[in-house]
Write a protein that binds this ligand. Structure first.
Ligand code: SF4
Length: 367
């Protein structure tokens, strides 16, 4: 288990095939098992933007599975709150894969759910998950504006209904993410770090890391991801909780790194992003905000910051489900509808937030 397989390069299809041929993960399995491939299609944005899984990686997995005689395969996903999974499948190149290989694309937003409980916390989980015999998780190694990073553990959040995603945010994200992983076991992880955005979940600032990382342990993969993105794994609360809940073991000097294409096996991690400080986020008061909502606010503030508008704000900007029913001054999203000035939307768009905050501050943004 304590092994990471790393392929370096910029040809995702070939790298994926090389990884799988080396690992041979389904050796001995019945050829009729139901296999689910879960990419990260958080929003309808092509992989080059750094938010979504490269379709060539999923294509490589399908080709490998076909080659080994496995044909009962589906791609499963539910994009974040406010975005359409079907649009993401189309924009991200998955409709094309589905057509060429005759693989169904399942939009889990249309699925029923089953309730499961772990340590007193109940979870609605999409029914399709329980029809699978083998789950291949294909996340990105990527930044996240609330949890700092997202990779294998958090990618399972795409297997729950939107109402449950909102609930996760009211529970602070970390514990429910870790507990969800105690319920759903992932059989294989192939993590995309070709050109992820190291800062934000919705992409737009891709960095060429040119690697794909594979393994069987989500805690190990995520602690590697944390290291690549410039954090210690124990700075990411849900990784530590998942470790304590026996979902895996973090990276250490004991971890064996298997390099597929060149020899750097004596190094745990040969690339580390330096995270930049984002002072303009100090004007945000976030409490249980959904990722899409918070991420749109962060993107809007980044733009406003470039125009010097964020420095002119005297009041905090509030966002999140914890503000429902509370009075305040400036709020973003339907959850702040009792505020003196608030922007409707669930979530509001980046452009809408830019216009709203420009109006509130009394300054026009320079394009
Ligand atoms: S308005 Fe509230 S419920 Fe809607 S996306 Fe924003 S935080 Fe979530």
């Amino acid at each position: 288990m304590n092994k990471l397989y790393i392929a370096k390069g910029c040809e995702p299809l070939r790298m994926t095939l090389d990884l799988l041929n080396r690992i041979n993960p389904l050796d001995g399995k019945n050829k009729n098992i139901a296999i689910g491939i879960k990419p990260n299609l958080v929003c309808a944005s092509p992989a080059e933007e750094g938010a979504t899984t490269h379709p060539e990686i999923v294509e490589g997995i399908i080709r490998y599975l076909f080659d080994k005689g496995f044909n009962n395969i589906k791609i499963i996903e539910s994009s974040w709150v406010g975005d359409s999974t079907k649009r993401a499948y189309k924009v991200c190149g998955y409709e094309d894969i589905s057509r060429r290989y005759n693989i169904p694309l399942i939009d889990l937003k249309d699925d029923d759910f089953i309730v499961k409980t772990y340590k007193g916390m109940s979870f609605k989980i999409c029914k399709t998950v329980f029809d699978l015999d083998y789950l291949i998780n294909v996340p990105l190694i990527k930044g996240h504006c609330q949890t700092k990073i997202t990779c294998a553990l958090k990618n399972l959040k795409g297997l729950i209904p939107d109402s449950e995603k909102r609930k996760f945010h009211t529970l602070g994200l970390h514990k429910p993410i870790a507990y969800l992983n105690a319920i759903i076991k992932q059989d294989l992880i192939i993590a995309d770090a070709i050109c992820p955005d190291p800062y934000f979940e919705e992409g737009g600032r891709p960095e060429k890391l040119n690697r794909i990382v594979a393994g069987f342990d989500p805690v190990l993969i995520d602690s590697y991801a944390a290291k690549v993105l410039g954090y210690k794994y124990n700075e990411i609360k849900y990784i530590s909780i998942a470790h304590n809940e026996n979902s895996g073991i973090p990276i250490s000097n004991e971890t064996e790194i298997v390099s597929i294409h060149d020899d750097y096996s004596d190094q745990l991690c040969d690339v580390e992003i330096v995270q930049k400080e984002k002072k303009y986020l100090n004007i945000v008061d976030e409490a249980d905000a959904c990722s899409a909502c918070y991420s749109n606010l962060v993107s809007a503030l980044k733009k406003l910051n470039e125009s010097g508008i964020t420095e002119k704000f005297a009041d905090q900007i509030c966002i999140g489900q914890a503000y429902r029913g509370y009075k305040g001054i400036i709020g973003v999203g339907n959850c702040t509808s009792c505020f003196e000035k608030y922007l409707p939307g669930c979530p509001p768009s980046v452009d809408g937030i830019i216009k709203f905050l420009s109006d509130v501050s009394g300054h026009d943004i320079k394009n």
